[in-house]
Design a protein around this ligand. Structure first.
Ligand code: FAD
Ligand code: NAI
Length: 475
């Protein structure tokens, strides 16, 4: 006899587990199925984000930043440390403990919200009267029936053709987060978000890092002025980034990895490294889902086709997060999960794609929301720009980190904020003010007129808003 649920969520990453909790809050009888296991075979809900993404990468970024600060900057504060050493295995163990706290936290939240959790791989069997039959293949086999199905099966790292990940010499994000000792030489292919974050971690720990990027421009989705400023910092730190390269061959037969590539000038180059991280984007994951059994429509990239409300081509089947179109971000997945749960409950869930923030957690951090200057130009929008450097911010000076700036772009006529772009200290936190402002359709003058605490980094946001009207006070 199959178990019946109002809602079955497949995948317990940020899209799935949040959808399950929200649906349960709205009175639905909910099951959530997730396949991820710890090395001991126990459930590890939280998806890519918790296990091999957002959380562990930020843990390693923090550890490596402390290390670099202790080595390079403590002396400026009068602190002497003697020789500073890094125990990589301890750093990795700390990261693993943080991941486990998050896995356990999600299991606790399921209990608290009365979501029934199943550990195993879920697949569609068939459409049945009043819903869909779902098989769970785990330690125990289960057959469930759900009136509504939410697919949140996430994404996997994209491999270079002919070069599968072995997680020893050729690493995906998974292997890059559990290297046992700092490699002497690390190569990365792809100077996107993962390339810059993971490259930064291992450079800070002493690896000689080279990032090979195919595109001719650095971080082309980022506002050009901000990307330029960030690149200057990475160059100064010794994070070597080569743009406009073409990878010709990767040879893993020796002790390390030998990369043959053509550089932007058309010259043949060779790069040898102990390990290679391939970070060239991610592909939507529908492995094991048996989408064909029910005729669930996928596009040419393998993503589940959805409309603006996350409805698939099948009645009662929804999909959210990395497995559908849109940015592959945890908070985007969460927002879609909440909106779908609310729509299932007859409410009017909504996701505003125009105000989804992006953050790259390097040093300096890079954060933005809304349109870039180059996008506004391409869209033919008349705009005013205002920026303010952290160099002129008292808190940034006290912190000892004056890199970067805050930049506002506002409509030339109405002054509505169209984009806010930041590079500098803690801008991952500062960007929220801009998101709120844009969500409320604020003008740059609105921000300029708001009292910001002194001394704080957020004063740079206020000053950049003032700069739109050419009336900064401290610069
Ligand atoms: P996922 O998190 O991928 O979860 C999908 C889950 O479904 C997995 O647990 C999987 O095991 C399970 N599953 C798949 N198929 C089945 C099946 N058939 N049956 C049962 N279970 C199944 N985003 C940010 O916003 N901020 C960051 O700082 C950030 N850092 C990142 C760092 C790295 C290194 C990486 C790789 C990604 C990062 N991301 C970050 C992106 C973020 O991790 C994803 O956007 C997010 O995890 C997507 O959530 P999701 O729920 O759609 O899918
Ligand atoms: P990405 O899309 O950010 O960057 C991939 C880079 O690889 C691009 O610059 C691209 O031009 C380059 N590239 C592609 N093919 C190439 C090739 N054959 N040779 C050389 N370069 C090539 O993808 P990434 O870094 O793998 O991350 C995947 C996704 O995970 C991100 O897009 C983001 O959605 C998410 N993520 C988010 C983070 C955050 O929010 N802080 C952190 C890490 C990942």
């Amino acid at each position: 006899m199959s178990k019946q649920f109002d809602v079955i969520v497949i995948g317990a990453g940020p899209g799935g587990y949040i959808a399950a909790i929200r649906a349960a809050q709205l009175g639905k009888n909910v099951a959530c199925i997730d396949a991820w296991s710890t090395t001991a075979g126990t459930p590890a809900p939280g998806g890519t984000c918790t296990n091999v993404g957002c959380i562990p990468s930020k843990a390693l970024l923090q550890s490596s930043e402390h290390f670099e600060h202790a080595k390079l900057h403590f002396a400026d504060h009068g602190i002497s440390t003697g020789e500073v050493a890094m125990d990589v295995s301890k750093m990795i163990a700390r990261k693993d403990a943080i991941v486990k706290q998050n896995n356990d936290g999600i299991l606790y939240l399921f209990k608290k919200n009365k979501v029934t959790f199943f550990h195993g791989t879920a697949s569609f069997v068939k459409a049945v009267d009043g819903g869909y039959e779902i098989r769970v293949a785990g330690k125990a086999e289960e057959t469930l029936v759900g009136a509504q199905i939410v697919v949140a099966t996430g994404s996997n790292a994209r491999a270079l053709p002919g070069l599968p990940f072995d997680e020893d010499k050729v690493l995906s994000n998974d292997g890059a987060l559990r290297v046992g000792a700092t490699p002497k030489k690390l190569a990365l292919i792809g100077a996107g978000v993962i390339g810059l974050e993971m490259g930064s971690v291992w450079r800070r720990l002493g690896a000689e890092v080279t990032v090979l990027e195919g595109a001719p421009a650095f971080l082309s989705a980022v506002d050009e002025q901000i990307a330029k400023e960030a690149k200057k910092s990475f160059d100064k730190q010794g994070l070597k980034i080569e743009l406009g390269v073409k990878i010709d061959n990767v040879d893993t037969s020796g002790a390390g990895v030998k990369l043959e590539y053509t550089n932007a000038k058309g010259e043949a180059q060779v790069l040898e490294a102990d390990k290679l991280v391939v970070s060239i984007g991610r592909v939507p994951n529908t492995n094991g889902l048996n989408a064909e059994a029910v005729g669930l429509q996928l596009d040419e990239r393998g993503a589940i086709v959805v409309d603006g409300d996350c409805k698939t081509n099948l009645p009662g089947v929804w999909a959210v997060g990395d497995v559908v179109r849109g940015p592959m971000l945890a908070h985007k997945a969460e927002e879609e999960g909440v909106a779908v749960a609310e729509r299932i409950a007859g409410q009017h869930g909504h996701v505003n794609f125009a105000t989804i923030p992006w953050v790259i957690y390097t040093n300096p951090e890079i954060a933005w929301v809304g349109r870039t200057e180059q996008q506004l130009k391409a869209d033919g929008v008349k705009y005013k720009a205002g920026s303010f450097p952290f160099l002129a911010n008292g808190r940034a000076r006290a912190l000892g980190d004056t890199t970067g700036m805050v930049k506002f772009l506002a409509d030339a006529e109405t002054d509505e904020i169209l984009g806010v772009h930041m590079v500098g200290p803690m801008v991952s936190e500062l960007i929220s003010e801009a998101v709120v402002a844009m969500e409320f359709k604020a003008s740059s003058e609105d921000i300029a007129r708001i009292c910001h605490a002194h001394p704080s980094l957020s004063e740079a946001t206020k000053e950049a808003a003032l700069a739109v009207d050419k009336r900064t006070l401290n610069f």
